[in-house]
Design a binder for this molecule. Structure first.
Ligand code: N2P
Length: 361
């Protein structure tokens, strides 16, 4: 019996080793000895992929994926600024792509290795934050809106103002995201979410301080869980995250408020000094396959920028018909991108810090 076990073990190892070597050779980054490991290290937002995409990639490319998550652009950026700890793929939002290019934190892509970029809809290509897509390719897009419990709200919520009603004392999770959160309050007050006018930013801060009694917490990309668990009645959240919990909770709804909101595009990029750039480009090209891209959107419930996936009808019809994922043109007109503000981003960070101290949450 023991002998048989040893034999089986040797057999398994015997097979496994050559496969591992083959993978190493095929994914070499061209280093001196050509034996770069076939490991791909991904640093993505939480709840932002269908895990079968990872396993499919691993088997198709004889690779091993290491997967780590972050909950804000700020956290991801801070980590990369300290020196890339070994990630090959990161997923920054558009305005952060611009800043990271300016800081020299991204590797230039060899677009010759990413022919599937052709699958992306034209309106997502050549974005202002990365002209020519030299450093990034679109992954998914979405909005920030209101996830709410319909029973607690006693009906529909349609505006940002409503969530600050005193009846929600201690029941509202705002988002731990200065640009997004201040952005929607600026829009509520009739200002530009990209303003650098200190008075307008102060007005947004004062508005939140005035309504601080409703604030339960500033949630770092976890508002949908608090909502799902009944710990809050309202969560300002990324749309797809709310739609993910709506699949198991009939009481939850998502709305893009009538004042409008922030829209964004998240992107696949390769951080400076990535250990396996070649495999990273293979992964990017793989994700841009219509089937793979659709698999991700259908699972995480975010907007898909892949024209070929749409044309081939690979996106769930139910999602295409959902105005919270694919807003109709009249809603789309009310959506604004947060732009890269360069050094002025600090204005938002300062106001945010003051706000957090004043609110004490
Ligand atoms: C996923 C967060 C979506 C990304 N949890 C927001 N840019």
């Amino acid at each position: 019996m023991k002998r048989l076990l040893v034999f089986v073990l040797l057999f398994v190892l015997g097979v496994a080793i050559p496969v591992g070597c083959a993978a190493n050779n095929s994914t070499s980054t061209g280093g001196a000895n050509g034996d770069a490991p076939s490991v791909l290290s991904i640093y993505n937002w939480s709840d932002y992929i269908d895990e079968s995409v990872i396993t499919d990639f691993e088997s198709q490319f004889n690779a091993t994926v290491e997967y780590d998550t972050f909950d804000s652009n700020e956290a991801m950026l801070a980590k990369i600024q300290q020196g890339n700890p070994g990630y090959d793929i990161i997923v920054p939002t558009g305005d952060f792509v611009a800043g990271m290019i300016a800081e020299g934190l991204l590797e230039e892509l060899d677009l010759g290795n990413i022919p599937n970029l052709n699958n992306i809809a034209e309106r997502f290509l050549d974005p202002p934050f990365d002209p020519g897509n030299r450093y990034s390719v679109p992954y998914q897009w979405g909005t920030i809106g209101i996830g709410y419990n319909t029973t607690a709200a006693g009906g529909e919520i349609t505006s940002w103002e409503e969530i600050f009603d005193a009846k929600y004392a201690g029941r509202v999770a705002l988002m731990e995201d200065p640009r997004a959160m201040l952005g929607v309050i600026l829009m509520t007050l009739g200002y530009d979410p990209n303003t650098t006018d200190p008075d307008e930013l102060k007005a947004a801060k004062d508005y939140l301080i005035e309504h601080k009694d409703v604030i339960a917490t500033f949630a770092p990309d976890t508002g949908e869980d608090l909502l799902n668990q009944g710990e809050v009645d309202i969560a300002v959240e990324w749309n797809g995250d709310v739609f993910q919990v709506m699949e198991e909770n009939d009481e939850i709804e998502y709305v893009i408020p009538e004042e409008g909101t922030i829209v964004w595009v998240d992107n696949l990029a390769i951080p400076k000094d990535a250990p396996n750039k070649e495999l990273a480009e293979k992964f990017i090209n793989f994700v841009l396959e219509p089937e793979v891209s659709a698999m991700i959107s259908n699972y995480i419930k975010y907007g898909n920028p892949n024209e070929a996936a749409l044309e081939q009808k690979l996106i769930d019809q139910e999602d295409l018909d959902n105005p919270g994922i694919y807003p109709p043109p009249e809603t789309f007109k009310k959506l604004k991108y947060a732009n890269d503000l360069g050094d002025d981003t600090q204005l938002y960070d300062e106001v945010w810090t003051e706000l957090k101290v004043a609110v004490g949450k």
